[in-house]
Write a protein that binds this ligand. Structure first.
Ligand SMILES: *Cc1c(COP(=O)(O)O)cnc(C)c1O
Length: 710
């Protein structure tokens, strides 16, 4: 290859264990259970202190320690075994190679505005990004040829701090690239760049590569010499809230992304848009054919066969749409290049609203894709209704939008102890068979005591982690004592613990459980039956109602009457998410149905044995069977939000009081709650196979990727 990548860091390591440096630059390590030891054994304190960042760790670990371990027999045994697995991973025969040999050499290009791969690479804001990250990891495990395309945000997503009064403060710090697992793509010693033209100027992008197992992820970055100061910041942050920069960002992703893949010599067979942000890629691909002489209509028809679009938004208002004057401002050159008039161009994505018309990114994607899908069964239905007007000759059921329910990457989210337990009782190869429900039939063989011991261990781990975080915050100052209490220092590792962590958007109704505070306080403070609720989540910095909601929750959390049992943890990210989903007893979710397109955090909790307690929306509506958790409200539409909120709140309190709390505290003389554990087993059996990215990515291949190859 004429291309090279220059890693952001080189390490000074003894030769015998020098491959640790290679490993640090492949995120494969993030989903291997032994990784914490492969790195950590060299210096556990440092590994923790640096937040599990192998790049910083390898740079800072003392040469004395690394030399010692390079001669330590036990360590070398672990090391050799680990790297044997690493090497085998890249050569193993895989599902895709056996089923779809045609893929070889022609990858799926997967475009997403954000990718949630690991907490040390903060280029994601929430569920959409984590889903994209899990998609990449699964593609790698399956051996599906796939490349990701996104942005290298120089400032990352913000760090959240709450003031004493619960007001969210967003801290944006420039990322230190030398601490990140990114490599600059170069050719002949110079960074490879691509250009994207706007009417008044050209913006250059350089490309960073992140290795995710076998899958490369290419991240565009406008912070290059020659661009204006303004342009250098275009890719600095996720989702600029001013529409000007949003349009430009999306042009850079769609148009710049296609050009980046061309510059790298990659020839995708399928182009998958994860949400509408990347929809300009459809036009750039058509433009390539127009430049070779095709009329636009032919070019669009030819290229759309390879385009796949996944929508995640269940409300028209939540969609990415731009006023037409903005499209004029930034895309005037583009329609000339497509051989279209302004009207023809606007028509490609026109959304006619009562008083205005807009350029809608999802409409563009829907019209120029051969396959489109929502992310749960209900969301598929809702989407067909929502976009029915684009196919006026079709009935709702015939609208060509299917659904593939989201999943989570099992190895990434399941606790190590639980994986080991499954290894013993289900078989060492359970991971290879994880999406087959038959694999989990023998789960009942696991003695209740053993499963409970693992769960208790993970719960204690969560409580220790919470205390260490508070200690750190308190020590660094600027933290009021009442915030210390609100951050969980009074947590009891043996009390029933409910997690509620997600983006604070108002439709998620974080305050539903607080709608009758007196009733809640009575429920959580009963003698011998304490209940704890842990909240966490960020609001988009420009989302005032979201921030007010955090404040409302925080004010309730701070009351002394809660006894320190209601907790708010700052700065929800993938690391905190991992502790929470692995450590709580119940995962609660209260979206206003049907606005949760899918949701994935509840799946992460379920595959660790937590019981979901959720509105019958998104994925839970498909998973809930009456024995693997609880529902909130009914599976239907309500006449108004007020009626729905009141009915859901009443149901929530009743279920907590009459079912959840009594079951949890119903245990035998050895404190083993057998009824509860039976539900845990049912949840593991039903959720692990079905709500995995293993099942999900295979469905993408079967329904969309493979047909597009023909
Ligand atoms: C999984 C995850 C999400 C998505 O959660 P939902 O509320 O279920 O959509 C958001 N943020 C983080 C950090 C996650 O890990």
């Amino acid at each position: 290859m004429e291309f090279k990548t220059i890693p952001s860091q080189k390490f000074d390591l003894p030769k015998r264990i020098a491959r640790l440096g290679e490993l640090a630059f492949n995120l494969w390590w993030t989903w291997q259970p032994e990784s914490a030891h492969i790195f950590g054994k060299l210096d556990y304190d440092l590994w923790e202190r640096l937040g599990h960042n192998p790049i910083r760790f390898l740079r800072e670990v003392s040469r004395k320690r690394s030399s010692r371990f390079s001669k330590d027999g036990d360590y070398l045994e672990l090391y050799d075994e680990y790297f044997k697995k690493f090497d085998e991973y890249f050569t193993s025969l895989t599902w895709t190679k056996t089923v779809y040999p045609k893929f070889n050499g022609n990858p799926v290009a997967y475009f997403s505005m954000e990718f949630g791969l690991h907490e040390t690479l903060p280029i994601y804001s929430g569920g959409l990004g984590v889903l994209a990250g899990d998609h990449l990891k699964e593609a790698s495990d399956l051996g599906l040829p796939l490349v990701g395309v996104g942005f290298m945000y120089a400032q990352g997503y913000f760090t959240q701090r709450l003031s004493e009064d619960g007001w969210q403060e967003a801290i944006n710090n420039p990322l230190t690239f030398e601490h990140l697992p990114v490599s600059l793509v170069v050719k002949d010693g110079k960074p490879v760049t691509v250009q994207v033209e706007f009417p008044d100027r050209t913006v250059a992008l350089q490309i960073w590569e992140v290795r995710v197992g076998r899958v490369p992820l290419y991240l565009l970055d406008s912070n290059v010499e020659g661009n204006t100061e303004f342009d250098r910041l275009l890719t600095a942050r996720l989702y600029w809230s001013d529409l000007d920069r949003r349009v430009m960002q999306e042009v850079l992703l769609g148009v710049g992304g296609v050009r980046a893949l061309r510059a790298l010599g990659i020839k995708p067979a399928v182009w998958h848009m994860n949400e509408g942000h990347a929809a300009f890629l459809t036009l750039e691909r058509a433009r390539e054919l127009v430049a070779k002489g095709s009329p636009f209509a032919t070019a669009a028809q030819t290229t759309l066969k390879q385009n796949v679009f996944t929508t995640h938004t269940p409300v028209p208002a939540g969609n990415d749409e731009f006023p037409l004057w903005l499209i004029d401002k930034y895309l005037a050159k583009f329609w000339h290049e497509l051989g279209l008039t302004r009207e023809e161009f606007a028509d490609l994505a026109k959304h006619q609203l009562p008083h205005t018309e807009t350029f809608s990114m999802p409409i563009l994607a829907l019209k120029l894709s051969s396959g489109s899908n929502g992310v749960s069964e209900l969301h598929g239905q809702v989407s067909r209704g929502m976009w029915n007007f684009l196919w006026q000759d079709k009935a709702v059921d015939e609208v060509p939008i299917q659904h593939i329910t989201n999943g989570v990457h099992t190895a990434n989210w399941m606790a190590r102890r639980l994986k080991q337990l499954f290894g013993r009782y289900i078989g060492d190869d359970w991971y290879d068979r994880l999406d087959d429900p038959a694999t989990w039939e023998n789960l009942d063989d696991i003695p209740d005591e053993e499963l409970w011991a693992v769960h208790q261990h993970l719960k204690r781990k969560l409580t220790f982690y919470m205390r260490e975080r508070v200690r750190d915050r308190w020590t660094h100052g600027g933290f009021h004592p009442v915030q210390v209490v609100s951050s969980g220092v009074l947590i009891n590792p043996y009390a029933l613990t409910i997690g509620f962590a997600r983006r604070f958007a108002t439709y998620k109704r974080a305050n539903l459980v607080l709608s009758d505070v007196d009733r809640l306080l009575d429920l959580i403070n009963r003698p011998n039956m304490p209940v704890q609720i842990i909240f966490a989540g960020k609001a988009h910095p420009a989302d005032e109602p979201g921030k007010q909601l955090i404040q409302k929750v925080y004010r309730a959390v701070k009351q002394a009457e809660t006894g320190g049992r209601i907790i708010f943890l700052e700065d929800y990210d993938m690391n905190l998410a991992r502790y929470l989903v692995q450590g709580v007893d119940v995962w609660m979710n209260t979206p206003r149905r049907p606005l949760e397109a899918s949701g994935t955090s509840g799946m992460k909790a379920a595959i660790n044995g937590a019981l979901n307690f959720s509105v019958l929306d998104g994925w839970w509506r498909e998973a809930y069977n009456g024995q693997n958790g609880w529902s909130i409200g009914e599976d239907r539409e309500y006449e108004s939000n007020e009626v729905q909120d009141a009915a859901d709140a009443e149901d929530l309190y009743q279920t907590l009081e009459q079912k959840i709390i009594p079951l949890y505290y119903d245990h035998d003389s050895k404190e083993i709650p057998h009824g509860w554990i039976a539900m845990m087993k049912n949840t593991l059996q039903t959720v692990i196979p079905q709500f995995s990215t293993r099942r999900m990515v295979k469905q993408y291949v079967e329904k969309f990727y493979a047909p597009a190859l023909k």
